[in-house]
Design a binder for this molecule. Structure first.
Ligand code: ATP
Ligand code: MG
Length: 560
């Protein structure tokens, strides 16, 4: 248990800060939060943040809140709230009573906005969004004050109240913090803190037509909830002075500290909600939970265990340096996890019929097979053996090369858990395609060992022709052709891999797979890990390949 915990929660610079804060008595309790905006499904980058926040809270006996930063009703939907709740829970984390919404604090935010006006720290601006942008200056050029910056306090208050009442249209006026238009930090050049948006909010309905900006709501929500360590990605580093400014100017009940870490990027995919939304909206994928998507819902549907995602997040760690993790490394973590937990089954993806001529027709022999090679507690199952079988087409070669140890004419191989067979004849159709193999079996090799001690080099998988299930199997490849589609900016859609989904129909599976549950991933021996897809019906089984067996990550590393 202890080592498990260590494996999932290795040290990092943020933990070091917390240890120091505790040692110096700066905080009483460690409180973190995961603060998604409900405008999309969670992805692997969010998983990194979830594991960090919930992991830290658990390690320091604190608590972690799940808080929806739902301040922008334009893009937010209940569907996203529900999916986020489901995904965080599925990842293995619990927030107890601490499910919060920034929208629960809208009254407080409003009062605090008035407080800023009353203390001459905020003003109503009539400039348009474009004008505000132009006046803001650049990294090398200071900003320019808005002509409305000098508005009287009273007038600001009156106008702000009218904004809240719905007297103005969207974008007609905004409330801005009065900080410093010549600050070297652009975030400090009088940021907008309230804007008019006549939109229905998923939770507050039509109560409000003005909404706080993320920058105004975020830190204050943390303060209201008593968050001690507000952990966010590096792009918010520049916002920290603003976050601290608000905390200083407002009568907040607690003072959180913000710490930044590098966001996760992955090869061959994108981890930006905006880009993932485009993939969904433009139907490049089947939805947010398409198994090719780097979303939690997509990975779950593909058969990835939550433990593998947690393990991956722990292994990549938390740093300040931006980096791109390799998708093959995630696959490696998935394989590591499933190798231990997944039961074994046999499935033939590209079937070739084998007739065992010296085996009685009509006979069905139940052969015992281990469910897991290393874990006896997983038990056994029976597999029906019959005269007609399917083997994998690629396990036969008419003219085998020297390093091919599987089936060929006159060659003997072991059928997994069954018998040795020798191929005697190849049957072809009129076009010369191989359609069937004739073989003989040795009845003294039952269970896979010859009584005379003779050895065979190859062991292949198989299923019975009549006693098998037919299924569709979906194989997935990277969603993008390019290793770093993020670098292509808005051109990223041009990098989509047109062959990211391959559908195999007519795959043959051992009959015990009819009992498999939706969220259980199994190993098809010698093939990879597979799970039943939600598209399955009683008459049409669909399996997803979670990941193949071949490890490209360690191979790549050792070849370097
Ligand atoms: P995106 O940039 O994809 O739109 P976001 O940051 O806007 O993502 P939020 O819902 O605001 O999405 O994110 C919730 C939390 O998850 C934030 O604290 C954010 O820092 C973190 N997060 C988002 N993307 C990543 C990532 N790629 N790596 C690590 N943390 C991330
Ligand atoms: Mg965000």
């Amino acid at each position: 248990m202890k080592t498990d915990k260590l494996k999932e929660n290795p040290g990092n610079f943020i933990r070091d800060f917390i240890v120091e804060d505790i040692a110096k008595n700066r905080i009483k309790e460690v409180v973190t939060r995961f603060p998604p905006e409900p405008n999309g499904y969670l992805h692997l980058g969010h998983a990194k943040s979830i594991c960090l926040n919930f992991g830290i809270a658990a390690d320091f006996n604190g608590r972690c809140h799940l808080r929806f930063d739902d301040t922008n009703p334009a893009n937010e939907e209940i569907e996203f709230i529900d999916s986020i709740i489901e995904d965080v829970r599925w990842l293995g984390f619990e927030w107890g009573d601490n499910l919060h919404y920034a929208s629960d604090y809208f009254e407080t935010f409003y009062a605090w906005a008035e407080h800023l006006i009353e203390t001459d720290n905020a003003y109503v601006d009539d400039l348009s969004a474009d004008e505000i942008r132009k006046f803001r200056g650049t990294l090398t050029k200071p900003g320019q004050a808005s002509p409305f910056r000098k508005r009287e306090r009273k007038e600001n208050l009156r106008l702000f109240r009218l904004m809240a009442k719905g007297e103005f249209g969207d974008g007609e006026k905004v409330l801005r913090a009065k900080i410093d238009m010549s600050s070297g930090n652009i975030s400090m050049r009088d940021p907008v803190i309230y804007r008019i948006l006549h939109a229905e909010h998923p939770r507050t309905g039509k109560t409000w037509c003005i909404y706080p900006t993320y920058d105004f709501a975020h830190g204050q929500s943390d303060a209201i909830e008593g968050v001690s360590h507000s952990l966010c990605t590096l792009e918010f580093e520049d916002h920290r002075p603003l976050y601290d400014w608000h905390i200083e100017k407002l009568p907040v009940p607690s003072v959180p500290r913000q710490y930044e870490f590098a966001r996760l990027n992955m090869t061959y995919t994108v981890l930006s909600k905006r880009k993932l939304t485009l993939l969904v909206d433009e139907k490049h994928v089947g939805g947010w939970n398409d198994p090719r998507m780097p979303t939690i819902a997509g990975m779950r549907r593909r058969g990835v265990p939550a433990a593998a995602i947690r393990d991956f997040c722990a292994r990549i760690g938390i740093t300040k340096a931006a980096s791109t993790a390799e998708t093959s490394y995630l696959d490696y973590c998935i394989r590591e996890s499933l190798n231990e937990t997944a039961i074994r089954r046999m499935g033939v993806l590209d079937p070739l019929k084998v007739v065992i001529e010296n085996y009685p027709s009509g006979k069905i022999e139940k052969l015992l097979a281990k469910n897991h090679p290393k874990d006896e507690t997983r038990g056994n199952r029976e597999i029906p053996f019959t005269r007609e079988l399917f083997i994998e087409r690629s396990d036969f070669m008419e003219n085998p090369s020297n390093n091919f140890f599987r089936l060929g004419i006159g060659r003997e191989v072991r059928l997994r858990f069954a018998y040795f067979i020798t191929c005697t004849e190849v049957i072809k159709d009129v076009d010369g395609n191989i359609i069937e193999l004739r073989c003989i079996y040795d009845k003294d090799t039952k269970g896979g060992n010859a009584s005379d001690g003779r050895k065979v080099k190859g062991t292949i998988h198989w299923v019975s022709v009549n006693e098998s299930l037919t299924a569709e199997v979906r194989l997935f490849d990277h969603l993008f052709k390019n290793q770093e589609p993020e670098l292509s900016g808005d051109e990223f859609l041009k990098e989509i891999n047109p062959n990211s989904l391959k559908i195999l129909e007519n795959c043959k599976l051992e009959p015990s797979l009819s009992k498999i549950k939706l969220n259980e991933t199994v190993q098809f021996e010698r093939q990879g890990y597979f799970c039943l897809d939600i598209d399955s019906t009683e008459n049409n089984l669909v399996f997803n390949r979670t990941v193949g067996l071949r490890d490209t990550w360690t191979n790549q590393k050792t070849n370097d």
